[in-house]
Design a protein around this ligand. Structure first.
Ligand code: GLC
Ligand code: CA
Length: 583
């Protein structure tokens, strides 16, 4: 490889600043549900290309594309048949190149989702493994074992997969293979040098095509250490999760793999970046975020929190300290393709620390119980998002949250697609409700998603949340995100904040960023007097409840830059509302 291959895209808007990712606003596209160009009901790459103006106007720095590789969609594309191609159902490599060129020309970077813990069962190497005998080199790329019992008819252990059901599946000759997720997703054996080498090839393949970085799926799962006699599920569950020596998760050796990836990332200019999806103890996240490894890691702490000032304050403080200690920047995320959308979560009763996924019970009830307070959910989601976009670090925005889109709960069983629904009946309803194709228009067969229908059913109320409807409304959530992202570009400076005391109110958070950028959020329902926060004169009359506040500056006072809801004339920030001000 020569260096000349690896120069930055020659567009004016993309700088070769190697730190571009540290405080980027990254928009997650779930390609099959974003925009459908040809009416077959499935979102595609030309659909993304056609929406570049939308992304530009939204004001994001990068997009992260969930998997677009050939796949039978046993797990929404996280079952990859071929890591170095595009699924013919959604495009071609040439269309990928066109898409990346269009995004780059608009100054938007591209992050590809890489799925290294498992392939699909249709991957050539898995097919080769099935055709090869037990003990063969072809089987050694995956994790095959003999079964227990006289004829090996019992699985090698009683482990369950993350999606429910057994973690082992038997093949024709009687051996079993391990799959941490669905049976169509066999786990790679990362001790195998061929597997390691093949992923380096994949990293170069996409980097050479101009991909700016990678989101690394299940980054804490690759390294495994399986003894001859496997522990039982109960024994496994009882093992400490945070000592780097669990047989399956978050093993210390996984970082040797990422060190070898870092060498590849650094062959490019600017270096390719990566962000780890690592569901690990907060204290162990820094290893993934290290500059000699992937460089950045998601923290899902805010996503798992209630809309609560104390929880937010403690999470933010912890993660900013942790990021500083690791040398990385932190990441913030409320919604993605795996969880109930935050506009809905915040309309449900708080979990108060109960160990249940937010929204899980509500989804199981078909969206009927407990009842969602849609208005409260949206008001809080807008406040939380504006508050989050004011934080130092990278902000990840999931497609549709800029519309305030709620979760879709009432998808009929026979139209569901997610394996966690099929593998865990009655326990898990699956993640289809946050993956319903986006509404672009008020009306039409798929609300403008494409000229045909949508691959998951859209509810009748989707049109109200469409881009078309919100584009025309200066108080819409779309207007709020556009205003916030535009202002953020101008305001973003050092990765620091200073908390300011809020006397007598433990439900209000107030911090200031360098340059006099104040961010205030009222988590409770009582308004707060901005003058009491030292932000007097900030009353901005009819400041639009979305979008930039109009005429926010009173002479000598603070200027309201953006607010998640209307401010009162009396200089009060209402309950469940956030604002950015310049003092
Ligand atoms: C990650 C993805 C999720 C997928 C799983 C298995 O958690 O975000 O969508 O099902 O990995 O690849
Ligand atoms: Ca299509």
């Amino acid at each position: 490889m020569t260096d000349t291959l690896h120069t930055a895209p020659s567009t004016e808007l993309l700088t070769d600043d190697p730190t571009w990712w540290r405080q980027a606003a990254v928009y997650q596209i779930y390609p099959r549900s974003f925009a459908d160009s040809n009416g077959d009901g499935i979102g595609d790459l030309p659909g993304i290309t056609a929406k570049v103006p939308y992304l530009t106007q939204l004001g994001v720095d990068a997009v992260w594309l969930s998997p677009f590789y050939p796949s039978a969609l046993a797990d929404g594309g996280y079952d990859v048949d071929d890591y170095r191609d595009v699924d013919p159902k959604i495009g071609t490599l040439a269309q990928f190149d066109e898409m990346i060129d269009a995004l780059h020309a608009a100054g938007i970077r591209v992050i590809a989702d890489l799925v290294p813990n498992h392939s699909s069962d249709r991957h050539v190497w898995f097919q080769e493994a099935l055709a090869a005998p037990a003990g063969s080199p072809a089987r050694a790329r995956y994790i095959f074992r003999d079964g227990l019992g006289d004829g090996g008819e019992l699985p090698p252990s009683d482990w369950t997969s993350i999606f429910g059901g057994p973690a082992w599946t038997r093949v024709a000759d009687g051996q079993w293979y391990l799959h941490s997720f669905a049976s169509e997703q066999p786990d790679w054996d990362w001790d195998n040098p061929e597997v390691r080498e093949d992923f380096l090839t994949t990293l170069r393949f996409w980097s050479d095509r101009g991909v700016d970085g990678f989101r690394v799926d299940v980054a804490h799962g690759l390294a495994k250490s399986l003894p001859e006699v496997l522990p039982s599920k109960a024994e496994l569950d009882a093992l400490p999760k945070a000592d780097g020596d669990h047989p399956l998760w978050d093993r210390d050796e996984v970082h040797e793999i990422y060190a070898s990836w870092r060498e590849v990332f650094d062959e490019y200019d600017p270096p390719r970046i990566a962000v780890a999806e690592a569901w690990v103890e907060p204290s162990r996240r820094a290893r993934y975020a290290s500059a000699s490894g992937l460089g950045q890691a998601f923290n899902f702490d805010l996503l798992e929190a209630d809309f609560d000032a104390t929880q937010f304050h403690d999470i933010i403080t912890y993660n900013l300290d942790a990021a500083e200690a690791s040398g990385s920047s932190t990441t913030w995320v409320f919604s993605n393709h795996d969880v109930v959308r935050h506009a809905t979560r915040y309309g449900l009763p708080a979990l108060d620390g109960r160990d249940v996924k937010q929204g899980a019970e509500w989804l199981l009830s078909g969206g009927t119980s407990p009842e969602v307070d849609v208005e409260t959910g949206l008001r809080r989601a807008r406040a939380a998002s504006l508050f989050m976009l004011g934080l130092p670090g990278s902000a990840y925005v999931y497609q549709g949250e800029e519309l305030g889109l709620p979760e879709v709960a009432d998808i009929p069983a026979d139209e569901r697609q997610d394996p966690s629904f099929f593998r865990n009946p009655g326990v898990d309803i699956g993640r289809d409700g946050c993956r319903v194709p986006l509404p672009w228009a008020r009306e039409g067969s798929s609300f403008g998603f494409g000229p045909g229908d949508a691959h998951l059913p859209q509810p009748s109320w989707f049109g109200e949340y469409s881009v078309e409807a919100e584009d025309a409304d200066p108080t819409s959530t779309l207007a709020l995100y556009r205003a916030a992202l535009a202002a953020r570009r101008d305001l973003q400076t050092d990765e620091t904040l200073e908390w300011l005391p809020v006397d007598g109110r433990d439900d209000v958070l107030h911090f200031v960023r360098p340059g006099g950028w104040h961010v205030v959020c009222v988590f409770g329902t009582e308004p707060v007097d901005l003058a009491a926060l030292g932000l007097g004169g900030a009353a901005s009359g009819g400041a639009a409840s979305g979008g930039a506040a109009s005429g926010g500056a009173a002479s000598g006072g603070a200027e309201v830059l953006v607010a998640s809801g209307p401010l009162s004339d009396a200089g009060q920030l209402p309950g469940e509302t956030a604002a950015w001000l310049r003092a």
